[in-house]
Each structure stands twice: as C-alpha cells, then as structure tokens.
Design a protein around this ligand. Structure first.
Ligand code: IFL
Length: 444
C-alpha cells in the first residue's frame, strides 16, 4: 500500500516573535508523518513501534494561564523521552461543565467559544514535543464525565441539567444519555466546529498548521466512545457506527496527511461484542484500531486479593489482547493498546509505596505485545495509563481540586490511583526495557 515518506529539513530555523509569541529556534531533526502500510505503521520508510503513555493534561500544563506550568511540562517531556516513552495520548478538547468531577477550566467554554490559554497550551505542548521528536494522539471529546464530554453537549442542546453519575451513581442512565450525542445533528455541528478549530489551527509558537505537523500522529474521535450502556445500548449501535464513519471521514478531509482513530476500548467498549467492534471499525477512514484493557474495572483483578485473582486475571488479559491483535491481523489494520493501568499494591495512592503487582502486570503485558509485534502481527505499541511524573495529590482524600497538580488520574478518580510517578524506579525500569525491545523492531 502507498505511503508517504517525508523528512523535515535537518536544520529548520523558525523564529516567531510577533504578537508576544515565544521565539524558538528548531535545530534538531524531526521524523515525518506516521503512515499506515497494511497492518503496520511506517515512519520514514521504517516500521514504527512505540512505547507511549497517557498524558491527558499536557495542554493544561502548557497553558500560559493559572492552570499551566510550563517548567514542569518541559521536565516531564525530558523525563518521558529519557525513559523511551515517545508517544503521548492527550486530551485536546474539554467542555466546560457543572459536572462535579469535570476538570476546570475547559477548552470549549460554550459552543463556539474557546479558551485561548488552553489552545496556546496545546501549541506549546506540540512545539516542545516536536523538538523532542515525540508523536501525539489527540482526542477531541469524551464519553465519560471528567472533561465535560458528550453529556455536556447533550445538556447544552436540550437545556436539561447535565446528568452527573458522581452524584447519582446511575451509570447505566449516564451512558445512555451520553450516547444521545451521536443522534443530535446540532450537537454534531458544534463538535465539528471544535474539530475544525483544532485540526486547522496554526500553532502560535512555531507557526505550523496542526494538520501539516508530523508531531500529530493521529486525531482521535473521543476518549472511549461507546454505543451506550451494555444493558441498553444495542438499539443505537447503528447510530454509533455511522457517527464513527462520518466523523472519521470529516477529519480525514481536514487532515489527509495524518491518521484517524476512534479511541474505543475494543469489545468491552462495543457492548462486549468483538463483532460489533469490528463492524464499528470497518470504515476506510479509520486508519487503525485502538483497544483498552482495565483488569480492575472489569472485575478480573482485585488488588486487595491479589494472590487469588492474579492468575485468572492474566488469562483474561492474554485472551483479550490476543483476540484484538488477531482481529486487527484479519482486518489488515494496525492496532494499539492505548490504555491499560494497574493500581499500586494494596490500593495505595502515595508515591513511595510498593508497586510489585503493577510491575509484574506491566511486564507481562509488554512481553505479549513484544512477542506479537516481533512475529509481524498488527500490534504496534501501547500507551500505559498513566504518567504522573512529578505531580502529587493536593488533598488528603486524594481527590483533585482546581489548582492542584495533575497526576495523570482524571478528576473523577483518586490522584495516584493509576499514576506512574517519577520516583517509581522499578516500574520505569520495566518500561525502559520494553521501549528498547520495541525500538529494536523498527528495522526488521
Ligand atoms: O481514568 C479512567 C479514564 O477515564 C479512562 N479509562 C479508564 C481509566 C481508569 O479507570 O479513559
């Protein structure tokens, strides 16, 4: 299959001083656009394999506003790179909301109104990632409540109070309500305005148009979009599938050099049915597959009862990973495990406490990923959830409050739940070793 080879000039000197923009000068070589060739990614004529992380708050740290901390961002990027973590999955659009656990501020203040600081934050993040030759996967909506997301679009359009599962505990109803978003043409117009605003933006730091920037590997429709709840989502599956196809096609028309992915979790995000997952991803505008794996959320593993649950959990995990890689092989598209995470031992949140089970599970997951990638299968990489770096919880109950550090765990979850901190030496060692073995596959 056709793919482009594009290498940027070795010494691209870009100096922008207008309008108070930061002057920067790029002096390092940057790789080209990640492309798809059959069931593999290709980068500058070689296969592209990677180790990545989730870093939802990258644009927040990059903001020149009070929510930002650019010095920390630079430190985190350097640390990530030093550990071989070069692919970052980042939240590019959040919606302002009264949801009690949604991050504030948000990029979309109301339909058509954008928070300039957060857009500049994304500019800064991408410009700094480019300097380090890292790749970004940018998602532009959320099925879940922690960044406003689809339920906020529904509330904007209907005028109904936003449905808040952290107050009601009614998850089934919340999911069904979020999925109404796919069937609301006016909400789709607003969402497309967000997509267009971001995808065609010109970076205020380095002057690049986002859709011309090889730092962006992929535009992702949303975080974990689902057809609805497992119990009641089936009647709406066709709307979901159609939404994926139409949105992916729209993004492709705006960003033909970059890839499009859904952000879906796999069978567990498709009414627990891998055939529905296949159907939803058949669109030619979906360039590659994503899947997520949550051993605790899916009741496979209990960190408070690890001895009794570890073995069966790992069997479930291997079966889940193998089934998705096999499907990707069949479909002839690359696949990425773009979320998986594990708690600290005994369910602790504090840095400095042990991570034996996390380390073992990361190592086992990475082994399988490497083994299948080395065999030439469709798996290309992982983004573990999540990078906490030097962030630390600000509250005694570990729940996030505005002004606190970002730790990688989103605001609806305890800060430290799934975070890999910069002090987690043993986990970082597992990650570094895997990064080396994956990068060694680049040149088969
Ligand atoms: O933090 C969660 C995040 O919202 C997500 N998937 C699962 C994570 C852990 O519960 O996208």
């Amino acid at each position: 299959m056709f793919y482009r080879k594009l290498i940027l000039p070795v010494l691209a000197a870009l100096v922008l001083t207008a309008c108070g923009q930061t002057s920067i000068s790029e002096t390092s070589e940057q790789s080209g656009f990640v492309q798809v060739d059959g069931r593999h990614f290709v980068l500058d004529g070689e296969r592209y394999y990677f180790v990545g992380t989730n870093f939802w708050y990258g644009a927040y740290l990059g903001s020149p506003g009070p929510e930002g901390d650019r010095e920390r961002l630079l430190r985190e990027l350097d640390n990530l790179k030093a550990n071989g973590i070069t692919n970052l999955r980042v939240l590019a659009a959040s919606e302002s909301s009264e949801l009690m656990r949604a991050v504030q501020p948000a990029l979309v203040e109301e339909p058509g109104e954008y928070n300039d600081n957060l857009l500049k934050g994304l500019d800064f993040l991408l410009a700094e990632m480019a300097k380090r030759d890292m790749k970004a996967v940018l998602y532009m909506n959320n099925f879940w409540q922690w960044s406003g997301g689809m339920s906020q679009y529904v509330a904007w359009l209907t005028g109904e109070p936003v449905m808040d599962p952290d107050k009601t505990g009614e998850w089934n109803a919340f999911m069904q309500n979020s999925a109404r978003f796919y069937r609301m043409p006016e909400a789709q117009k607003w969402y497309r305005d967000v997509i267009k605003t971001i995808v065609t933006r010109t970076n205020s730091i380095n002057g690049r148009r986002y859709n011309e920037d090889p730092t962006v590997m992929s535009w992702q429709l949303a975080n974990e979009p689902r057809p609805g709840s497992d119990a009641d989502g089936r009647p709406y599956f066709e709307h979901f599938k159609n939404w994926i196809h139409e949105t992916a096609k729209y993004i492709d028309s705006l960003a033909p050099k970059q890839l499009v992915s859904t952000g879906n979790e796999g069978a567990m995000g498709a009414l627990r049915d891998i055939e529905l997952y296949r159907e939803a991803h058949e669109s030619p505008y979906v360039d590659y597959l994503t899947f997520h794996m949550w051993l605790k959320n899916w009741s496979w593993f209990d960190i408070h009862n690890p001895e009794a649950t570890y073995e069966s959990a790992m069997k479930e995990a291997y079966d889940y990973m193998n089934a998705h890689v096999d499907l990707a092989n069949e479909m002839g598209k690359p696949i990425v495990l773009s979320e998986f995470g594990v708690e600290r031992d005994q369910g602790r949140f504090e840095p400095g406490t042990s991570t034996q089970y996390r380390d073992d599970i990361y190592a086992a997951v990475f082994d399988l990923i490497h083994e299948r990638a080395a065999a030439g299968d469709a798996i290309a990489g992982t983004n573990f959830w999540t990078w906490g770096g030097s962030g630390r919880a600000g509250q005694s109950d570990f729940m996030w409050a505005e002004g606190d550090d970002y730790t990688g765990d989103p605001p609806q979850e305890a800060q430290g739940l799934n975070s890999v901190f910069d002090t987690d030496a043993s986990t970082l060692e597992v990650i570094r070793a895997h990064a080396e073995e994956m990068h060694a596959l680049d040149k088969p």
